[in-house]
Design a protein around this ligand. Structure first.
Ligand SMILES: *Cc1c(COP(=O)(O)O)cnc(C)c1O
Length: 423
């Protein structure tokens, strides 16, 4: 695309955008009576306008049926979670039997590590990214300590080379090779929350398996953002949250992927609950746990229907699209943001913006992380005062995510104008 930092260009690009009408399906937060420039869909996605109706449906059915709603409700609660397998499997590139919506993300990481972090003898270490999202760090650390290891010894962290911000695949592969007889589990965020770097999940998963390790991915910043092929990449397990790119509301339900080859293994160790039990026999309340031959085997409890209702509203929208269409727009839109930021940086004597997210589109989703050399926080405050909702991280990094489902080229243009004013 031949970009130009003009209103005319942005308007034309929006006009030509086949996904432009999706913006109207979401509530855009307001600032002084105007739409904000909402660039934090990587933190909390916007509310689908249909969410209220979907929640109301369940409130009404609860009022009308009481307990009978488990089978009589329009979307029976007994099987409420089953509605999500179809759309989720498309979003993450899985079979329907390999995904389940349940719990919160960190809870699911623990449940999955119970099954897939099985340290034994000299193979007990976990390879992960340095400066991982704090919850992931705490989860990994508490898992190794739970098994009686010392975190400083049992956790191997990956860091960028001196002077670089992102981690090279070749360095990951070298690290796997270096510790090949010690690594029990590789667990990394598929898209790094801070830099926006997309990892080469296929290559790393394969290398992990060659070394004899299990490989899991935290897809909090990947699901709904980039195309994924978890089944074909032979990933052992993954989990994500639905409130970032999947627009399902604050703290909304997480999703898990467990590869088919593990789903059908009845002997795998796990923490079990009744909603993971063979559903045809669930109400016989028999003594022995008989796991479903699907990712649902990791489910513990019956579905929290009100928390899941907005997830339904959101996935109904995703079902109308496919990830490749979203991706096509995402590349153009983020490319435009990159162009605008570079241009402002080149024309300014006061600031220098360094985009620490990879320049290569194959190594990023829609987020750009911008390191501000100069007046970072003041500049961020100016953005906020003028209706830009972005994210600030110490030291001096602004994260912005133009989300292809509801952000426009006009948003990027307006952002650029406000940024230009600030510098
Ligand atoms: C957002 C995010 C989380 C949040 O965890 P919750 O259990 O949903 O609170 C965890 N890990 C990563 C990598 C995240 O980006």
């Amino acid at each position: 695309m031949n970009y130009a930092f003009t209103h005319e260009f942005a308007a034309q690009a929006d006009e030509a955008d086949p996904l432009r009408s999706y913006r109207e399906r979401f509530h855009i937060p307001q600032h002084n009576g105007e739409d904000t420039v909402y660039f934090t869909g990587n933190s909390l996605g916007l509310q689908p306008k249909s969410a209220r109706e979907v929640i109301d449906q369940e409130l009404n059915d609860w009022a009308k049926y009481g307990v009978e709603g488990h089978f009589e409700a329009k979307h029976p609660w007994f099987s409420y979670h089953e509605m999500f397998a179809g759309p989720l499997s498309k979003i993450v590139g899985a079979k329907e039997t390999e995904v389940a919506a349940m719990n919160g993300l960190t809870t699911n990481l623990h449940l999955l590590m119970v099954s897939f972090y099985r340290p034994e003898g000299s193979r007990y270490k976990i390879l992960c990214e340095g400066k991982a999202f704090p919850s992931d760090q705490y989860a990994l650390q508490s898992q190794v300590e739970f098994h009686g290891y010392d975190a400083d010894d049992a956790i191997i962290e990956l860091y960028p080379r001196e002077g670089e911000h992102t981690i090279r695949t070749e360095d990951v592969l070298a690290k796997i090779e270096e510790h090949r007889d010690e690594i029990a589990l590789i667990m990394i965020g598929g898209v790094n929350y801070y830099t926006g770097q997309v990892w080469d999940m296929k290559t790393i998963t394969k290398a992990g398996h060659v070394a004899g390790a299990m490989v899991g991915w935290d897809l909090a910043h990947a699901a709904g953002n980039i195309p994924l092929q978890l089944h074909d990449w032979d990933v052992d397990f993954a989990a994500w949250c639905s409130y970032k790119y999947m627009n399902s509301g604050p703290g909304s339900v997480s999703g898990v992927f467990v590869h088919e080859k593990h789903c059908t293994d009845k002997d795998i160790k796990r923490f079990a609950g009744w909603w993971g039990h063979n559903k045809d026999e669930r109400f016989k309340m028999e003594k022995r746990f008989d796991p479903m031959p699907t990712a649902e085997a990791w489910q513990l409890s019956n579905a929290p229907v009100f928390a899941m209702a907005p997830h339904k509203a959101s996935l109904d929208i995703f079902s109308e699209l496919d990830m490749s269409k979203l991706r096509t727009k995402s590349e153009k839109l983020t490319g435009y943001l990159e162009f605008v930021v570079d241009q402002i940086s080149a024309n300014s004597e006061n600031v220098n913006f360094e985009i620490i997210t990879p320049r290569d589109m194959n190594q990023r989703g829609c987020q750009l992380s911008i390191l501000c050399h100069g007046q970072g926080k003041a500049l961020f405050d100016h953005l906020s005062k003028n209706g830009v909702i972005a994210d600030w991280r110490e030291p001096n990094v602004i994260r912005i995510a133009p989300v292809p489902l509801y952000n426009s080229f006009e948003d990027v243009y307006r952002f650029g104008k406000i940024l230009e004013e600030a510098v």
